[in-house]
Design a binder for this molecule. Structure first.
Ligand code: NDP
Ligand code: MG
Length: 367
């Protein structure tokens, strides 16, 4: 029986974790969980799963953080969205827990710090993002295995081939309609701008100790190839399946075993063509910007993420245009100085300052 502490139980990923527990009640148990708001859904979840500890972060952040270090948990599953997830990851790592990490901002904003801490405290990090889970499976669940190249696949988002004029008119409803994956709002918009793919390059760099020169990205429009690894002999392994987060979410709990899910397998009864399209430079400016930020490292990716969180919310609230997400991020980064990453406290300050700059900029352009 694997005992799980679940952070962000009401979100798109959190619900998938609970579904895995429902499917395999003799293998998993939720011993602690938290969400942000005191919603009906959370109350219902607490009733159904009877965790020993539960908390709502908007009411008691201190109690919610305790979920991340809960003594009786064998694995902490971080499905919180945004920069807020980093503090939970640090708590779990400092408690020496195995951390199943869906919250990508943990590695984007604090990758270097998190890697250092994980080493010091002997905490294992298990990838959940579909691309990184695919790579992990191709590497036989060994994040330190050797490879020649990591090849991340991207759907290309709903606006592939759009002109700048068309992009300016994109509505939140259109941007929330991802062609292949069902996800929370923030990540869906990040997929539409392709910033998310830039985040995933940074994630891959941190998880697999991969120099940026060994990470490639390719467009695979139907999202059935979740990523590939090229090895020294020139051979490649890919992990495939229908685009359904049930599989990587559950894999983080069952590895190295595969257990049943409700995902539909790919069908080979009809012709299935799998197309790979090169991703060219400048095709997705926010992708390039995120990767460059990752290469520069230090505190810059944290500022980038803060600006994006504020801009995405403003776009969803109808305050700015889709293309203003990029403008906001560029503005914030142009007034941010890179520092070496030393502590979480420092990142909190970087995050706060960048949010303030983004809000001020949005106020100005939306007047
Ligand atoms: P959602 O927005 O659907 O859910 C976020 C969850 O986090 C909710 O349960 C929310 O609670 C909770 N939450 C937010 N802030 C806090 C906080 N301060 N303390 C505690 N809980 C908090 O997000 P997703 O499930 O889509 O994404 C979660 C993470 O996983 C993100 O980092 C995302 O990038 C990553 N990811 C998601 C994928 C997907 O398919 N959705 C795929 C790969 C990665 P409440 O409901 O009360 O607000
Ligand atoms: Mg992904």
């Amino acid at each position: 029986m694997k005992k799980i502490a679940l952070l962000g139980s009401t979100g798109s990923i959190g619900v998938q974790v609970l579904n895995a527990v429902r499917r395999h009640p003799n293998s998993f148990k939720i011993v602690a969980m938290c969400a942000y708001s005191e919603s009906k859904e959370f109350t219902q979840q607490v009733k159904e799963f009877s965790p020993e500890l539960y908390a709502v972060a908007s009411k008691s952040k201190a109690k919610a953080l305790k979920v991340a270090e809960y003594a009786d948990a064998d694995i902490v599953f971080n499905a919180v969205s945004g920069f807020a997830g980093l503090e939970y990851s640090i708590r779990a790592i400092k408690a020496g827990k195995t951390l199943a990490l869906a919250n990508k901002e943990t590695l984007v904003c604090g990758g270097e710090l998190v890697r250092r801490l994980a080493k010091t405290h002997g905490a294992e990090i298990i990838p959940v993002d579909s691309e990184h889970s695919a790579i992990w499976q191709c590497l036989n669940f060994d994040r330190e295995a050797s490879f020649k190249k990591l090849i991340l696949t991207a759907s290309g988002g709903p606006f592939r081939g759009y002109t700048l004029e068309q992009l300016e008119k994109v509505t939140p409803k259109q941007a929330l309609n991802h062609p292949t994956w069902q996800m929370g709002k923030k990540i869906t918009i990040d997929c539409a701008t392709l910033l998310n793919k830039g985040y995933e390059v940074i994630e891959a760099h941190e998880l697999y100790n991969a120099p940026y020169s060994k990470i490639e990205t390719v467009i695979q429009p139907t999202s059935v190839v979740h990523s590939l690894v090229e090895f020294a002999d020139g051979g490649l392994l890919a992990q495939m399946g229908t685009p359904d987060m049930q599989i990587p979410v559950q894999m983080a709990l069952t590895y190295p075993k595969h257990m049943t899910t409700a995902a539909q397998p790919l069908s080979f009864k009809k012709a299935l063509s799998v197309e790979f399209i090169p991703m060219t430079k400048k095709q997705y400016p926010l992708f390039d910007l995120a990767v460059n930020c990752g290469k520069e490292g230090g505190t810059l990716p944290c500022a980038l993420n803060a600006a994006d969180e504020v801009a995405v919310k403003a776009f969803l609230d109808g305050k700015i245009k889709f293309t203003d997400i990029h403008a906001t991020i560029e503005h914030v980064l142009s007034t941010t100085v890179r520092d070496e990453l030393v502590s979480y406290k420092q990142l909190e300050e970087v995050d706060r300052t960048a949010r303030w700059k983004a809000q001020k900029f949005i106020f100005k352009i939306s007047k």
